[in-house]
Design a protein around this ligand. Sequence first.
Ligand code: FAD
Length: 470
Amino acid sequence: EDSAPRPGEKKVVAVVGGGLVGALNACFFAKRGFQVEVYETREDIRCANVVRGRSINLALSHRGRQALKHVGMEEKIVSKGIPMNARMIHALSGKQSPIPYGKKGQYILSVDRANLNKELLTEAETYPNTKLNFDHKLQDWSAETGLMTFARPDGSKTQVRADLIVGCDGAFSAVRKQFLRRSRFNYSQTYIPHGYMELTMPPKHGEFAMKPNYLHIWPRNTFMMIALPNLDKTFTCTLFMPFEEFEKITTGDEVIEFFQKYFPDAIPLIGADALKRDYFRLPAQAMVSVKCSPYHIGDKCVLMGDAAHAVVPFYGQGMNAGFEDCIVFDEIMNRFNEDFGAVLPEYTRVRVPDDHAIADLAMYNYVEMRAHVNSKWFIFRKHVDNLLHLLMPKTIIPLYTMVTFTRTRYHVAVERWHWQDKVINRGLLAGAVGAVFGGSYLLVKNPPNINKLAVAAEKIWNKLAALNTP
Ligand code: FAD
C-alpha cells in the first residue's frame, strides 16, 4: 500500500492510535479536508464484547469540552455525563462534607471512557475522507520517508506512507520510539510508588448508593479512595495506594479488615462478598508520568495526548490536556496556513511548557489530594482563596478554577498561582500583625467578655474546617 497524495490531492494524515485523543484528532484533521487514516492496534471496540482499558470513567472539564465543541460533539457527550458539583469528603467517622469545585453552576462531568471513545470513532467515520483501520499495530516508521510498518493479527505486515504522522498512541507510544533514537530529544519517565485498583459499588434499591452529583473522596494521607458515578447508577471506586500496601493484603478477610480500618462506610455499600472477590480480580495498575520535548520531527511527525505527556491522574486533566492539544494544533494550523514545516515547530514551542506544567501540577496534586486536605493551614488557605475570589474575581482565581474551568495556559496558571500565593500569604501576615496590635489596644481600652469571644472563634474555626479541599 502506498497512499502518497497525487498533485492536487489533499495530503494524507496518519493518526496512530484510535483512543480518546486519536479519535478526536481524526475529526479535527478530517474537518480540514485532509485524507485521514486512523491506525489502531485493537479491534473495533464498538464490536468487541470486553473493552480492556484504563479507568472506567473519567472527569471531563472545560478544556476537553471546548475541544469536543470544535467538532460538534459537546452536547452529545455532555448529555451522557453526570455533573459533579463538589467533592464529598468521607471522614474516618463516616461523616461526609461537601466542598464545591467552583462557583455555583460550575461542575465537572463523570463520563464513561468506552462510550466516549466509541462516539468519537463513530463521529470520525462520518467524514467521507476518514478511514479507520483497526487491528493495525505500528511497529516501526521512518522519519526520513514517513513509511510506517504495521503488524496485523494474522502475523502479516503492511507498509503505508503518509505526509504527516500524528502519534496519539498513548503513554507507551511506538511513534515516540523514533524520537528516542535522535539527538537532542529530552525524555523522562517516572513511575509513582502508588498503584490503582477499581471496585464497583452497585445501586441500592435501584438508586445510587451515595449522592450522585459528587466526586467522593476518602483521603487517608498515604493513600486514598475516590468514587465517580456512572449512568447505570453504579459508582466506580478507585483505590490509590503504594504497591507494597496492596501486596500486604493476601486474603479476603484481610481486605475486610483493611476496609474496616480505613473505609468502614464503604463496606456495606460495595458489599463484603464483592469486596473480598473483586480485590483479587486484577492486580493493581501502575501509573507513569512522561515528559519529553520536542513534540515533532521536521515536518513529518508530531506527538499528542499521552504519547507526548502522560500525567498521573490526580488533577483529572490527562484527557482534557490531550483534547486541548488538538485545539492548540488547530489554531496554529490556521495561523500558518497548514504548512507543516512551520506548524510543527510552533506547536512544540507553544505546547511543551503547558504540558510540562500540567504534568508537574498533577504530581503536586498526588500529594495534595490524599494528605494536605487533612491539614488545618491548608483548609484555612483554601477558604481564604475562595473568599478572595468572591471579592476580587478578576485578581484572585484559585488554581483549581484556572485549570478546570478556564483555558488559561497551564504554565500561566502556575505562574499566577505562585504570585497569588505570595501576595495572600503576605496579606495574611500583615493582617495578623495588625490584628495583634489592634486587638491589644482594644483589650486594654475595654476588656471583652472572654467566653463570648471563645465561642465566636470556635464557630469560625468549625466553618473553616468544614471547607477542606483536595
Ligand atoms: P490512550 O487513551 O492510551 O489511547 C492510545 C490508543 O493507541 C489506544 O487505543 C491504543 O490501543 C493505541 N495504540 C497503542 N499503541 C499502538 C500502536 N503501536 N499502534 C497503533 N495503535 C496503538 N484524564 C482526564 O482528563 N480526567 C480523568 O478523570 C482521568 N482519570 C484517569 C484515571 C486513571 C486511573 C488513569 C490511568 C488515567 C486517567 N486520565 C484522566 C487520563 C486519560 O486516561 C488519558 O490522558 C487519556 O486516555 C489519553 O488519551 P490518548 O488517546 O492519548 O491515549
